[in-house]
Design a protein around this ligand. Structure first.
Ligand code: NAD
Length: 318
């Protein structure tokens, strides 16, 4: 199995999941600011540093394909605030990079697993057949890639599926994202900036559940472009989540309301055709808080990042 973007947050959890199932994958990753070899400590894998936008990715996939007929792609630019600040990288990696991988899938006979997001449905509750209504440059780039995957299945007959998880949380998530930001800033004794009224709702899923469910999907996929939603079935507002983190940490979370993220979706919500159980949010938060408490070495080098420090980071010059 080849796991692209395997040095990131969900990708590295998926590497651990396939290791538990007795598989040693090949991990391909560009190691951007979000991809770190530290995330792969303790896992069993072969590593190749490469960019999904490059020509060389074709040779790597050709060479490694004999060892594997499944390529799972987690690689993406993933932070909505960064996409508002500077959308270009989201187009080159999330759209053109994916089309480059689809071209490789036309040439070599692998099964392509495309990791998408609930954000492509916009604010409406989507099932797997719902129309895509993305709002941010990030979700527009992810939705574009999804449409290209479908087009390649239909036009060229490549074997592919699309998986759309909801908001993930857990160990090794980059501190720019809400839950690690709340935990780390509270550990540092600092306030947490809350966008708008804090009532935007997200559906939360623990990252190890996502990794397990993705693997289970691979075992039943028909590779005809079908879509699988993975909601956590636990929809909470940002303020509710912040409050729960404070309860789990046994500390007061100081908050500061700041202006709303431009184009901010009020909610994400998905329905799924799959059946599975997930970790309750409070339990997942307990494990996540414990991990950040025990792994300061992992996040301390990252806290100068502007998208962690600033109240309204999309306004910041990077
Ligand atoms: P992340 O930002 O933690 O990791 C992304 C990884 O992709 C990094 O290791 C990075 O180095 C790599 N990468 C970026 N550009 C690359 C390129 N051009 N070539 C090769 N590698 C590159 O992201 P994540 O949170 O783990 O998300 C993984 C996937 O899941 C993404 O496709 C994202 O859109 C999707 N997703 C994430 C969430 C979430 O809540 N985190 C929810 C739904 C869907």
């Amino acid at each position: 199995m080849i796991i692209i973007g395997g040095a990131g947050f969900i990708g590295s959890a998926f590497v651990r999941e396939v290791n538990r199932r007795g598989i040693k994958p090949v991990v391909i990753d560009l190691l951007t600011y979000a991809g770190r070899m530290e995330n792969l400590i303790g896992t069993n894998h072969d590593f190749v540093r490469a960019d999904i936008r490059s020509e060389e990715i074709h040779n790597i996939l050709k060479e490694k394909e004999s060892a594997s007929n499944v390529v799972v792609n987690f690689a993406a630019e993933t932070h909505v605030d960064r996409s508002i600040y500077k959308p270009q990288d989201f187009v080159t990696t999330n759209v053109i990079g994916v089309v480059n991988l689809l071209e490789a899938a036309r040439k070599y006979d692998f099964n392509y697993v495309h990791i998408s997001t609930d954000e492509v449905y916009g604010e409406e509750c989507g099932d797997e057949d719902s129309p895509l209504k993305p709002s941010s440059p990030y979700s527009a780039s992810k939705a574009s890639a999804d449409l290209f995957v479908k087009a390649y299945v239909r036009t060229y007959g490549i074997k592919a599926i699309i998986i759309r998880p909801s908001n993930n949380y857990g160990p090794r998530q980059f501190p720019e994202k809400l839950i690690p930001k709340v935990i780390i800033r509270t550990l540092m004794g600092e306030y947490v900036p809350i966008y708008g009224d804090g009532r935007a709702e997200r559906d939360w899923i623990y990252v190890e559940d996502t990794a397990r469910i993705i693997y289970d999907i691979l075992e039943m996929a028909e590779w005809r472009g079908e879509v699988y939603n993975i909601p956590g079935g636990q929809r909470y507002s940002v303020l509710d989540v912040v409050k729960m983190i404070g309860e789990v940490m046994g500390r007061e979370v100081k908050i500061k309301f700041v202006s709303d993220r431009p184009g901010h979706d009020r909610r994400y919500c998905m329905i799924t055709k799959l059946k599975y159980e997930v970790t309750p949010l409070r339990e997942g938060l307990r494990r996540t808080v414990e991990w950040y408490l025990n792994n300061r070495w992992w996040w301390e080098p990252l806290i100068k990042d502007k998208f962690f420090v600033e109240d309204e980071p999309w306004k910041v010059k990077v």
